[in-house]
Design a protein around this ligand. Structure first.
Ligand SMILES: Nc1ncnc2c1ncn2[C@@H]1O[C@H](COP(=O)(O)OP(=O)(O)OP(=O)(O)O)[C@@H](O)[C@H]1O
Length: 206
C-alpha cells in the first residue's frame, strides 16, 4: 500500500504519541471535541510546533528538509488565514501561474480582479477562500485544513469541498480536514480520525 504521509510516534507536550498513514488522493477527516488537540495535530505535522517522532513524506524524512521546504509540501491552512501585505497578489507565491490562479478563483467563485483587492477590504469568507487559493498555488502534497469553511455559507462551503476534491484527484495529494459540521462530515465521507485528550481515539472508515 502506497503511503504519502507516514507518521510514527509523533509527540508534543500536549499530543500523542500517535501513528498515522495517509494514502495519495485521500481525504481524512479529523474530529473531536473543542480542545481535543486537532489543531495541535495539524500544526505538529506542518512542523509549526516542535514535535518528536518520525514524519515521512513519500519516503523523505521531515528532519532531512528545511522547515520552509517541508511547510510548502505539507501546508497548514488555518480558519483565520494571516495576511500582512496590502494587496492579495502580494501574498501569492512569487512564481505563481496566472492560469492556475484563475482556474482556482473560478472554483471558489471569485473574480480575477480579486487578485488586486486590498487585503483590508476582504470579508472573512473571502479571506478563507483566497487563503485556500494561496495554499493550492504552492502545490502542496498534503493539505492540513483547519475548519476551512468556518466562515462560509453552504454554497461556498460546497465550492471549497469540490475544489479540494478536484485538487486531490489532479495532484494525487492528500488532505486532513478538521470539521465540526455533521452534514459536512457526511458529505465528505471517508476515513475519520477522532482525537481525544491529545490521543488518537478512533481511526475508522465511515
Ligand atoms: N502552546 C500551547 N501550550 C499549552 N497548551 C496548548 C497550547 N496550544 C494549545 N494548547 C491546548 O491544547 C489543547 C488542544 O488545543 P487545539 O487547538 O489543538 O484544540 P482543537 O481540538 O483544535 O479545538 P477547537 O475545536 O476548539 O479548535 C487545548 O486545551 C489548548 O488550550
Amino acid at each position: 500500500m502506497d503511503r504519502l504521509l507516514d507518521v510514527r510516534q509523533l509527540k508534543t507536550a500536549q499530543l500523542g504519541p500517535l501513528d498515522l498513514a495517509v494514502q495519495p488522493g485521500e481525504l481524512v477527516q479529523v474530529t473531536g471535541a473543542s480542545g481535543a488537540g486537532k489543531s495541535l495535530l495539524l500544526r505538529a505535522l506542518a512542523d509549526l510546533d516542535p514535535s518528536t517522532g518520525e514524519v515521512m513524506l513519500n519516503g523523505e524524512a521531515r528532519d532531512a528538509m528545511l522547515p520552509v521546504q517541508w511547510r510548502r509540501r505539507v501546508a497548514y491552512v488555518p480558519a483565520e488565514t494571516a495576511w500582512w501585505g496590502e494587496r492579495v497578489d502580494e501574498h501569492l507565491p512569487a512564481d505563481f501561474s496566472r492560469e492556475a490562479a484563475l482556474h482556482l478563483l473560478e472554483q471558489v467563485a471569485l473574480p480575477e480582479a480579486s487578485l488586486g483587492w486590498e487585503v483590508e477590504r476582504l470579508s472573512s469568507g473571502e479571506k478563507q477562500r483566497l487563503g485556500l487559493v494561496r495554499a493550492l498555488l504552492n502545490r502542496p502534497r498534503v493539505l492540513l485544513l483547519d475548519e476551512p469553511t468556518a466562515n462560509l455559507d453552504l454554497e461556498n462551503t460546497k465550492r471549497i469541498e469540490r475544489a479540494v476534491r478536484a485538487y486531490l484527484a489532479e495532484e494525487e495529494a492528500a488532505a486532513l480536514w478538521v470539521s465540526h459540521d455533521t452534514l459536512q462530515r457526511q458529505r465528505l465521507g471517508g476515513r475519520i480520525l477522532t482525537i481525544r485528550d491529545g490521543q488518537l481515539e478512533v481511526n475508522a472508515w465511515t
